[in-house]
Design a protein around this ligand. Sequence first.
Ligand SMILES: [Zn+2]
Length: 411
Amino acid sequence: AGRDGEPSDCILLYSPQDIVKQKYLIQSSTYSPERQKLLYTNLQYLIDYCNTNECLRNGILNYFGEEIEEEKCNNCGNCLSESEMVDITIEAQKILSCIYRARERFGATVIAQILRGSKSQRILDLGLDNLSTYGIMEEYTEATIKEMIMVLVSMDYIHMTADKYPVLKLTPSSASVLKGEIKVYHKKDLIETKQLGERKANIRRTVDLEHIEENYDRELFEKLRELRYEIAQENSIAPFIIFHDSSLKEMATYFPKNEEEFLKIKGVGTKKYESYGEQFIEVIQAYTENKGIDNSKIERKIIEVSRKVQGNEKDTYDYYLEGLSLEEIANERDLTVGTILRHLEKCHNNGQVIDWSRFIDPSKEKEILPVIDEIGTEKLKPIKEALPEDISYEDIRIVIIKNKIVKGGEK
Ligand SMILES: [Zn+2]
């Protein structure tokens, strides 16, 4: 390709982040102010070229002063693209006011998280969930908001500092967007592709519970339950703290024989593997040898479940049904344990069946109940203070819900 006259492809790779770098290079150069100004102008020309929806070939011809014959070459990315430009002025205004409200102290990720209404610890710790712009763009993905931010950077409506941790600031031209004097457009497919990409990532692969329920080895399951019971007795802990029934059933379906396989079981983390893994594997191994079961011939049935990022109690309940612990649900959903509890309480009040004993150690419950009887449930703090350190607010709330003690006594 090239001078041989054969057809060739030319690909324009571009990230708005490049602009920040280039601006930094110009800014820190020792060129004369005139030369710097020229470099800035050229850079802006290139940025416009990357963002334009016009014919790319004509853009180059125009730059070199050649005559343009047709409005469209019908051969470049833009001429062949079906994508239209969409008006993102309102989104731009939301982003700019968020930067302003957050007092121009944060980078693109934090700003996008505020706008999305993220429950991430950092956002909550900084109190950014109190901003009036918190959650006003929750219908967009974080990646899409960042894409829009970068578009605004490239159009100079946002200034991105050239530091190690770039911070977003308003520019003199931000005001005209905020006042609605200027409209902002962006290529529709760039925004949509990003959303599709994330939607794909929200498909979660998980074990097929129905398959396990139908196929698990009943005899091995009983043996594993016995082992669990013994360990629980030895350590004076509740059996479900070791493994849930659902985990045992999965073991009795796929017969894990080493650490790698064992860690694939839902509800087994490194910590649990280290504490109990070997004992369980031993029982499984003895059983499979005895019965002549070869687990390499058993195919793991995996199904795809869509993970709705924006969800409600129902999603939490679905996770609950999968046998996840409160912490696991909170992790999966990027929410706090407190919120998960609130969701489940709502489900409970709506008549959905929840086995609260799954979440509370009976020995803890035994300690909590008399204290509640004594001081009531109007406030949680005095209850917490009357109990040992290792009993958490969540534990207390679970016991209250489980025993249907109406908050505030007889009201
Ligand atoms: Zn073209």
